[in-house]
Design a protein around this ligand. Structure first.
Ligand SMILES: [Fe+2]
Length: 185
């Protein structure tokens, strides 16, 4: 039942239990690839690059050949997802609400909140369960991520970028990258 969370209830987030892990995302090569510098600092391009990285990290979780490898891969994925989500929730979602898309902003927050719970369930199953239900939960999470990302990239974020002037887009780009770095530390 808990795995049957609707798409609307899911989003992109991670969970504090994983933030305590020993895998320091900031120390990984991936950290520098999607903080903004490589995309010219544009917030939407940076976010799209991070979405692609999330896809890659989740695929690595699914492909892991042992329980230990899957736990390690999921920790990397979760830390990255947490940083990405935190950056969006403290910069882009507020901008979305302020510029008139309050309903869209609330929807995205809600989806990410639900994903935090699912990420925690997967972490619990990896840590203490027999792991048999993990593949199905990873599929649910992956489907939710894709739906959420599609909303952001195709529906909500491009109009926000178009509404903001150059100064506000530059401010958003700077604030998003700073927030992501802080959350990755
Ligand atoms: Fe996102």
């Amino acid at each position: 039942m808990d795995q049957m969370i609707s798409r609307r209830d899911l989003g992109l987030a991670a969970v504090s239990v994983l933030a305590a892990g020993s895998v320091g995302f900031a120390a990984t090569a991936a950290a520098s690839a999607t903080t903004g510098a490589e995309t010219g600092g544009d917030w939407l391009a940076t976010i799209k690059a991070q979405h692609a990285e999330l896809d890659r990290l989740l695929a690595a979780v699914k492909a892991a050949g042992s329980r230990e490898a899957r736990i390690a891969a999921f920790k990397k994925f979760s830390i990255y997802l947490s940083a990405h989500s935190m950056a969006e929730e403290t910069t882009v979602y507020p901008a979305l609400a302020i510029t008139g898309s309050e309903a869209a902003s609330k929807q995205l927050y809600s989806e990410q909140d639900a994903a935090k719970v699912l990420v925690a369930r997967i972490d619990d199953a990896l840590s203490s369960g027999d792991g048999s239900d993990v593949p199905a939960m990873l599929d649910t999470l992956g489907n939710a991520l894709h739906a959420h990302v599609a909303e952001e990239e195709n529906e909500f974020f491009p109009p926000l970028k178009a509404r903001e002037d150059a100064t506000m887009n530059a401010k958003l780009s700077s604030e998003f990258s700073q927030a992501f770095r802080r959350a990755s530390a």
